[in-house]
Design a protein around this ligand. Structure first.
Ligand code: KIV
Length: 292
């Protein structure tokens, strides 16, 4: 596959401490990816952090929300993405109920993301309620990315994909969550779908980088879903997404041209066609003759 590269092949891999050290520096560019091909493209685009998000459930597997994707599916996608990612920090997203049952369960599953999925860190959703899990995972040597605000695994409790922390009390609760995660040892925190004012307060209050998605320009980095950026997912586009291309439309139109060419006999053309060598062709002619 030919992919234009903006990063040199021997660029040093990004590490969790490296991301941690970028607080207040050049904004950290993050994107999701779900397999070898998207991992390779994301990596060659120069993204600093590549998340195999549980959004795979919606944008790749066609589910209504992120709740149905399993540990085994996440590991399958993470391992595929790991084959394409050489520089960016590859983070595996722990799926619904893969870390909420007990600290032991969380630790075992986080470990699987590294040993089987070949990720370099894990992400899990929640604030103060997941602190014991985060501490245990970090203590085991696995870097953790936090995620607060609109945490899609809580969509049933929120009553939909709704912006969070819209009141002063809501912002205070979110800040407490961020401080608890920082104390538990996360290397960065994703903040999703909150007012800019909330994101700013938290970004100023914590010593680790904040990675915003629908949290305004004030965070230390940004993350978006691959299919949203490229215009490949049409079921639902949040207000905070900028579609940089319309690859969904372009792909449909391109495949339509291919189907038309097949139907009209315009594909394959001579240059796409294989031929036998002279010698074998001669033998084939004899076989044909003998059969008549
Ligand atoms: O699953 C996902 O893609 C995410 C990011 C958008 C933060 O959690």
């Amino acid at each position: 596959m030919s992919v234009h590269s903006t990063t040199s092949g021997d660029a040093k891999p990004v590490t969790a401490p490296g991301i941690r050290a970028r607080k207040g520096e050049t904004p950290i560019a993050c994107i999701t990816a779900y397999d070898y091909c998207t991992g390779l493209i994301a990596d060659q685009s120069g993204a600093d952090l590549i998340l195999v998000g549980d959004s795979v459930a919606m944008v790749v597997l066609g589910h209504e929300d992120t709740l149905s994707v399993t540990m085994d599916e996440m590991l399958h996608h993470t391992r595929a993405a790991s084959r394409g990612v050489k520089r960016g920090l590859l983070v595996g997203d722990m799926p619904f109920l893969s870390y909420n049952v007990s600290v032991e369960q969380a630790l075992t599953n986080a470990g699987r993301f590294l040993s089987e999925g070949r990720a370099k860190a894990v992400k899990l959703e929640g604030g103060q309620t997941v602190v014991p899990q985060v501490k245990a995972i970090v203590d085991a040597g696995i870097p953790v990315l936090g995620h607060i605000g609109l945490t899609p695994q809580h969509v049933a409790r929120f009553g939909g994909f709704k912006a969070q922390a819209k009141t002063a009390d809501g912002v205070k609760a979110l800040l407490d969550d961020a401080l608890a995660l920082e104390e538990a040892g996360v290397f960065a925190i994703v903040i999703e779908a909150v007012p800019e004012e909330a994101a700013q307060l938290i970004t100023e209050a914590v010593s680790v980088p904040t990675i915003g998605i629908g949290a305004g320009p004030v965070t230390d980095g940004q993350i978006l879903v691959y299919h949203d950026v490229l215009g490949m997912f049409d079921k639902f586009t949040p207000k905070f997404v900028r579609r940089y291309a319309e690859l969904g439309e372009l792909s449909t139109e391109t495949l339509r041209r291919y189907c038309e060419d097949v139907r009209h006999g315009h594909f394959p053309a001579e240059k796409h066609t294989l031929h036998m060598g002279e010698e074998e062709l001669g033998k084939l002619k004899k076989i044909k003759k003998a059969k008549r």
